[in-house]
Design a protein around this ligand. Structure first.
Ligand SMILES: C[C@H](O)[C@H](O)[C@H]1CNC2=NC(N)=NC(=O)C2=N1
Length: 100
């Protein structure tokens, strides 16, 4: 389902841990650091399960205790409410696992 797009700068202003992603596509970006790989992968597991229930998936990478997340809605060609919803979930999941 295609949804209306949101100005990424406005979304990032609201979601203080997030920034407009560098690059050509409108997207949100957050870099996270955890205590160790176990915490980082535990975080990713929680987000993966949420992403499946939403049918909305992050673009992300992991190196040991660090996770980089990019959120954009491919179908809409920009940032939508799906991305801000997932961003809020990510913020809560990260906080619960000591991510910053
Ligand atoms: C077929 C499937 O529903 C779509 O490809 C979904 C899957 N996950 C998705 N994730 C993201 N980030 N954007 C999408 O447009 C998207 N579309």
């Amino acid at each position: 389902m295609t949804r209306p797009t949101i100005d990424p700068a406005a979304a990032a202003a609201d979601l203080t841990a997030w920034a407009v992603a560098p690059g050509d596509r409108p997207a949100l970006h957050r870099a996270l650091t955890f205590k160790d790989f176990n915490a980082a992968f535990g975080f990713m597991t929680r987000v993966a399960i949420k992403a499946e229930t939403m049918d909305h998936h992050p673009e992300w990478s992991n190196v040991y205790n660090r996770v980089e997340v990019l959120l954009t809605t491919h179908d809409a060609g920009g940032v939508t409410e799906l991305d801000t919803t997932l961003a809020r979930f990510i913020d809560e999941a990260a906080a619960g696992l000591g991510g910053h």
